[in-house]
Design a protein around this ligand. Structure first.
Ligand SMILES: Nc1ncnc2c1ncn2[C@@H]1O[C@H](COP(=O)(O)OP(=O)(O)OP(=O)(O)O)[C@@H](O)[C@H]1O
Length: 316
């Protein structure tokens, strides 16, 4: 593969598979089943999926912590097999777990990390990064004295010591309070404005929706959708109105543009797009079709439905 062809992408992954070898107790596990993911430079990209979908496996492959079983990956134009060092240098990774050396001060920790990445002393920006994350007055405190929120910000600071063009945040807000979340995103958005490509994994649709320009949804090791957020959301713009008629309806009423399903229990499931129609429109249609309504309830699509629907559409 000519990795220069991937130069437009921050990350280009094609046909990536990972099977974790089994042992006597547990069978082999196919965590990624041929994943294609393309992250444009300069974007904020969300990798969304439920627990166990394969998100961390994908991130760990990028980071060189897990070896892929098949496929090709390039990071900032560098093939991870042929140029692992350059590929790794293009990434800053904020891990899921807060697991850090507690005997150093944040400033010492930053300097050690910069040293590991071979950043020359003259080019280090440890204090500047700590300041940007609101940790300047903790620079010389012991890490074990920092609050959970401060530790998380320190992880972001450490991921940026070598000024990578891509910052990856693995489940950055799991167990994080609202105030901290806000601060974290402020800094991440600032980096984005400076041109840093941001990739975040999350299992919250809302979070991905709020921040990301593009979202890939991964489920059981497969990408079931990869689209600009607006497009994805508009395809999720669907609600269901469940109607119990006063009298049993034996044939499906004609409700024009609305899709109707007559259930075994005699209720009607009517799907509609909230951005285009209102419940009142449906009720008016039912009225003209001669259906008198006893009761109605609306059902929102949740993430699980979305996965099912996307999986269905992708296979269908
Ligand atoms: N080292 C391993 N050995 C065997 N199986 C593993 C290993 N790591 C992950 N798996 C399995 O691979 C699948 C994908 O796991 P992965 O951690 O990538 O999912 P995830 O989407 O990141 O989930 P989470 O949000 O819980 O971190 C899961 O079924 C998991 O149990």
């Amino acid at each position: 593969m000519d990795f220069n062809s991937n130069a437009d992408y921050a990350i280009a992954a094609r046909g990536v598979r990972k099977t974790y070898g089994g042992n006597g107790k547990s069978p082999a596990k196919e965590a990624l089943k041929g994943v294609d993911i393309f992250v444009k430079r300069g974007t904020i990209f969300g990798l969304l999926g439920p627990n166990g979908a394969g998100k961390s496996t994908f991130i760990n492959i990028l980071a060189g912590l897990v070896r892929k079983s098949a496929g090709e990956v390039s990071v900032w134009g560098f093939d991870i097999d042929r140029n692992p060092r350059q590929a790794r240098a293009a990434l800053g990774i904020v891990p899921q777990e807060i697991n850090m050396e507690v005997f150093f001060t944040p400033l010492e920790g930053m300097e050690i990390q910069a040293g590991l990445y071979g950043v020359p002393k003259s080019q280090r920006r440890s204090m500047e990064i700590l300041t940007a994350l609101g940790l300047e007055d903790k620079a010389n405190a012991y890490v074990r004295m920092l609050s959970g929120g401060m530790k998380r910000r320190l992880l972001v600071a450490k991921a940026m010591v070598h000024s990578p063009p891509i910052l990856i945040l693995d489940e950055p807000t799991a167990g994080v309070d609202i105030e901290l979340r806000k601060q974290l995103w402020e800094y991440v958005l600032k980096l984005h404005e400076q041109g840093v490509t941001i990739v975040l994994t999350t299992h919250y649709l809302e979070e991905a929706q709020e921040l990301c320009k593009e979202i890939a949804i991964i489920n059981h090791g497969e990408v079931v959708a990869c689209e600009p957020t607006e497009k994805l959301i508009s395809s999720l713009d669907r609600k269901m109105l469940m109607v119990t008629p006063n009298e049993n309806v034996s044939v499906k009423p004609d409700l024009g543009d609305f899709d109707v399903d007559l259930k075994d229990d005699g209720s009607l499931a009517i799907s509609y797009q909230p951005s285009k129609s209102q419940v009142a429109d449906i009720l008016a249609r039912l009225n003209s079709a001669g259906v008198s309504v006893k009761d109605i309830t609306t059902v929102e699509a949740d993430l699980e439905d979305v996965f099912l629907e996307l999986t269905y559409h992708n296979k269908g």
